[in-house]
Design a binder for this molecule. Structure first.
Ligand code: GLP
Length: 265
């Protein structure tokens, strides 16, 4: 795993935006555009603001980009302010030059959920697969809505949310009673099939999750630890989120060496 420890949440945002832009520019002349996996939550909001700004300055275009979101609540209509459909529309899609028909957020309202999950997997396959999957992380190290105990071989399916996740996400709802009990989420295996993965984390609240993800054993009790199995994962984290790592000095040295190697190549 590449662990990039940065000074501040703003530096994490800039790093993530640079990674997305590199991919989009590589693919801009290719007839097959980039396929991006997107996340919700508070952490990627800065990244989305930065991508909107770079798109407005015409540094990047989303005209040829297809997107897949990790998850969606069940029982929340897509036009409700709490849905991840709404979140994506408000925080990214409506501000950029993307073709809305090329954006996919799991459909959970007024559909057969098993069929919807299978259709979502099929659409990812038909796109040629996700080039770069952006991830946040829960305080218990869940990714998407793959809660603790999720099979490391799981695919898109319905998951029951833990009380902890419902409590953490209650801030987006009127009261805890309004937070859904279930969601449709990409599976861990689905995520692991992405070509590359970029996980973002900031703040001391994520320090234990990051330590368990990077330095703990691979276990379904720490869903993000499955990322250790992937050959092309980058964690972009601020100093606070890195504060639980025993090997932080090693990761900082590795990044310094990487910078030296890229200057001399
Ligand atoms: C939710 C989402 C996750 C996200 C997590 C952390 O559970 N399903 O994809 O990573 O929240 O969110 P935040 O970035 O707000 O801490």
């Amino acid at each position: 795993m590449r662990v990039v420890i940065l000074e501040s949440p703003e530096a994490v945002t800039q790093f993530a935006a640079d990674e997305v832009c590199t991919l989009l520019k590589q693919r801009s002349s290719n007839k097959f555009g980039a396929v991006l996996g997107l996340a919700t939550g508070g952490t990627p909001l800065g990244l989305y603001r930065e991508l909107i700004a770079r798109n407005a300055r015409r540094e990047i275009s989303f005209a040829n980009v297809e997107t897949f979101n990790l998850d969606e609540y069940i029982g929340v209509p897509p036009d409700s302010a709490q849905s991840y459909h709404y979140y994506m529309h408000e925080n990214l899609f409506k501000h950029i030059d993307i073709d809305i028909s090329m954006t996919h957020v799991p459909v959970t309202f007024g559909v057969d959920l098993q069929h919807s999950a299978a259709d979502f997997e099929l659409k990812i396959e038909q796109s040629g697969g996700i080039d770069l999957q952006i991830l946040g992380i829960g305080v218990d190290a869940h990714i998407g809505f793959n809660e603790i105990g999720s099979s490391l071989g799981s695919r898109t399916r319905v998951k029951t949310l833990t009380q902890r996740t419902r409590n953490d996400n209650a801030r987006y709802f009127g009261s805890i009673d309004d937070v859904p009990h279930t969601a449709l989420t990409m599976g861990i295996q689905t995520i692991l099939e992405s070509q590359s993965i970029l996980l973002l984390a900031t703040g001391t609240g994520k320090a234990k999750a990051i330590r368990d993800t990077v330095e703990g054993p691979i276990t379904a009790s720490v869903p993000a630890s499955a990322l250790q199995l992937h050959p092309n994962v980058t964690l972009a984290i601020d100093r606070d989120a890195a504060s639980g790592l025993s090997n932080a000095d090693y990761f900082l040295a590795a990044e310094r060496n990487r910078a030296v190697a890229s200057r001399s190549s």
